[in-house]
Design a protein around this ligand. Structure first.
Ligand SMILES: [Cu+2]
Length: 107
């Protein structure tokens, strides 16, 4: 009984690991004062995008035009992560700073 309990999770983890591999793509975008860097980024579907706050002023990441809308909280540090599960082009902005925009293409 003990042996079975030990073996099954190992087999499950191995199978899961192989299936999950293509979904581990990740990319990072800086949230500066007052610009996203880079301003344009193209990623493949299922990439996890991390916005990383590096400035001193408060900012947020808000979708302004796309079939799927999401937004981060307004903050001065930390990160916001979102897995891109749809093939779509997002126009993003910081609602506090007009002109602080970026385009994220998911293909
Ligand atoms: Cu801002």
């Amino acid at each position: 009984m003990t042996r079975r309990l030990l073996v099954l999770p190992v087999v499950a983890a191995a199978a899961l690991g192989a299936a999950v591999l293509p979904a581990t793509a990740a990319t990072s975008i800086s949230v500066k004062d007052d610009v996203f860097s880079p301003k344009t980024r193209t990623v493949t579907k299922n990439t996890t995008v991390t916005w990383r706050w590096t400035g001193k002023a408060p900012h947020n990441v808000t979708v302004v035009k796309a079939p799927v809308k999401f937004r981060s909280t307004t903050k001065t540090s930390g990160t916001y992560k979102k897995k891109m599960t749809r093939t779509v082009t997002y126009r993003l902005t910081c609602t506090i700073h007009p002109g602080m925009d970026m385009t994220l293409r998911v293909k």
